[in-house]
Design a protein around this ligand. Sequence first.
Ligand code: 5GP
Length: 186
Amino acid sequence: MSSAKVFVITGPSGVGKGTLIRGLLERIPELELSVSATTRAARPGERDGVDYHFLTQDEFERRVAAGDFVEHAAYSGNRYGTLRSELERRLDVGVPVVLEIEVQGARQVRETVPDAVAVFISPPSRDALRVRLVGRGTDAAEEVDERLRTADRELESHHEFGHVVVNDRLEQATEELAAIVRGVLG
Ligand code: 5GP
């Protein structure tokens, strides 16, 4: 697979990866976001094929066995993964791709796509992360606790990635992220 222009945006749930990526895509329109597959239930307003490819457990397993994933991980009781097809159809025509994935998946991409550029998004504090996870209202209380426990492990791994952006002030963090991407795309 061409590994020319793959940008991996990783970091804990609730840190604002999605919002930062929206800002990044506005600033650098040639970038495209890979649509992940997941076994998690769609949240209200989420659309199949747009926000995620929503798969059953069986379908996800079948596609793992078929070698359809570049990376996949279990996260908070569900499966998530990047479909090879999402990357290839873009890279084959020279379109740079952004992946929004958790840390285990980002590690796998580091192995399989060694010159992918990884950016770890960090919260200004653990408290800020809790406030955001609770405030966005998408997850039940136990789910928030589970995500925070996972976040504690994920935060320890920030040094593994090439770049770290602290998402304190959104505008500034988006600019930092865009500067990293522009620096690579030239
Ligand atoms: P959520 O359930 O909040 O949509 O996503 C939970 C976590 O899974 C987030 O950290 C998100 O970035 C991550 N995630 C989304 N898609 C993928 C994927 O394709 N692979 C991996 N490894 N993680 C993903």
